[in-house]
Design a protein around this ligand. Structure first.
Ligand code: NDP
Length: 476
């Protein structure tokens, strides 16, 4: 595929390309242009050209185009899901859910378009103040490789609805789904140049998007280290920022929890997308009195997961997205083994067998007796490894859950409303689920506290992050 600048497919100015490979077998899927700073500047020029027309349309008119885009996405969901599975690795069903999730987000923002309006404030008899919502201008969106369609929806939906133009950079590993979705939005009637997709590396394309003063806001999803770097560079031109930087979500299983549901929730919450989800269950705290039974049930369920190519029928967990990501997991589990930081009771390595050769597979892994200073509790574990810690009560669970630099999601599993409300108010996270984990509908704000990020995506509130408020005083 090529990149998308000014509504046209484009090559990079250097003529160079980069490969996109299937993580399940290492086979070449396609190539995309290796973009440069020049290409970002071209995209900015075309966004600037599109901005006047796009921002002068009403939110309702813009919403209709997003809705048309969502309809086309639904019609082509199977083809898009196949592309997503082939470049990202997740099982086809998960990919299809994700593509539908992208359409859901666009439909949600279409639905709220009629609620966007300026307001008039009477300040004295015959005198009014108008509070106008103005688009920020050209925004930059930087997308990771783990959930590329949903995360694109979180950025594109509110940014476009509010009249901004966008320069979007997909992750190097997963540009194909993002390009296909952007092309569909153009087909749905988005004026040329409103949404530009520049493929290429973070160190060149991403860096220029963050540095270039013509871009007035950045919405970034990725690692904490890159997020901090983005914040520093963006400060030079005082850009607005939304940063979603991952987490280490705690899940608390109380002694009155429905054990079967709490096992299913932990397994889907941890091993969905091969553990590569920012709000995956990454630390599990279970009450002492039920720990033996619960861990036995958890072990049996994890042992039943079928690992394989996401395109194959019946596969529950695909490969990791890249060799580099798998190396990080190998290092973390090896550290546990070498330092005696826990007992690996399921998995703990690369699966043996011919069908896994060439892919970045890792076995679903369960670790118990995890020590407080273990790497699995200190670092983000972005892969299929679940550490379990036994606690005596809710107080201990909450204080251990909060002893982390992360603060994205958390969950409590209990039948007690009192415990649920204590946990919801005391857990230091942007989201707390009760008897569920991971899924969040488009109307709910998504984002973290502490080092998990700044700002929110999803939900009506996110629209505020794409406006500048302008006060106009009227004296007639
Ligand atoms: P990065 O933060 O490096 O990448 C995320 C996005 O940022 C990609 O599009 C990347 O481009 C881009 N990028 C990289 N460097 C820059 C830069 N200097 N300026 C602007 N954009 C840049 O994450 P990784 O893919 O390396 O993953 C590392 C870890 O981050 C994971 O192990 C996980 O812990 C965490 N992570 C969290 C995610 C989340 O959902 N919160 C998503 C992904 C990762 P490119 O692909 O070209 O490098």
């Amino acid at each position: 595929m090529k990149m998308l600048i000014g509504g046209e497919w484009a090559d990079s100015s250097s003529g160079e390309a980069c490969e996109v490979r299937n993580p399940a077998n290492g086979k070449l899927l396609d190539t995309v242009p290796l973009g440069s700073t020049e290409d970002v500047k071209r995209a900015i020029d075309s966004a600037r050209g599109a901005l006047g027309k796009w921002s002068s349309m009403t939110a309702r008119e813009r919403g209709k185009i997003l809705f048309k885009g969502a309809q086309i996405v639904r019609e082509r969901q199977m083809d898009l899901a196949i592309t997503l599975t082939m470049e990202q690795g997740k099982p086809l069903k998960e990919a299809r859910d994700e593509i539908q999730g992208f359409a859901n987000i666009l439909e949600y923002y279409t639905g709220v378009s009629a609620a966007i309006h300026d307001s008039l404030v009477p300040v004295a008899p015959g005198r009014y103040g108008a509070v106008m919502k103005r688009p920020i201008g050209i925004c930059g969106a930087i997308i990771p490789w783990n959930v590329p369609a949903i995360i694109m929806g979180w950025k594109v939906g509110p940014a476009l609805l509010t009249g901004n133009a966008l320069v979007l950079k997909p992750a190097t590993a997963t540009p194909l789904t993002n390009l296909s979705l952007a092309a569909i939005l153009c087909e749905a009637g988005l004026p040329a140049g409103t949404l530009n997709v520049v493929t290429g590396q973070g160190s060149t394309v991403g860096e220029e998007i963050v540095r270039n003063p013509a871009i007035r806001k950045i919405s970034f999803t990725g690692s904490i280290d890159t997020g901090k770097h983005v914040m520093k560079v963006a400060a030079e031109s005082m850009k607005r920022l939304t940063l979603e930087l991952g987490g280490s979500d705690p899940m608390i299983v109380c002694d009155d929890a429905d054990m079967k549901k709490a096992v299913e929730g932990a397994v889907s919450g941890r091993f969905y997308n091969c553990g590569q989800t920012c709000t995956a269950v990454k630390r599990l705290y279970v009450f002492e009195s039920i720990a033996d039974t619960y861990i036995k049930m958890l072990k049996a369920s994890i042992e039943g997961l079928k690992v394989g190519n996401g395109m194959d029928e019946g596969v529950n967990m695909g490969p990791m997205n890249s060799a580099g990501q798998r190396d990080k997991i190998i290092r973390q589990v090896d550290t546990v083994r070498e330092k005696g930081e826990g007992k690996i009771i399921v998995g703990g390595g690369v699966p043996p067998g011919e069908r896994y050769v060439g892919g970045h597979f890792y076995m679903p892994t369960l670790v118990t007796d995890v020590s407080e200073d273990s790497v699995l509790l200190r670092e983000e574990v972005f892969g299929p490894v679940l550490p379990v810690v036994v606690v005596k009560d809710l107080d201990e669970a909450i204080s251990r859950a909060n002893a982390s630099k992360f603060g994205l999601g958390s969950s409590i599993w209990t039948k007690s409303l009192e415990r649920a409300s204590i946990a919801s108010s005391r857990l230091e996270s942007g989201i707390t689920w009760v008897n569920q984990h991971v899924k969040l509908p488009p109307e709910m704000p998504f984002g973290g506290v502490k080092e998990s990020g700044i700002g929110r995506e999803n939900g009506f509130e996110t629209l505020d992050a794409y406006y500048e408020l302008k006060s106009v005083m009227i004296n007639l």
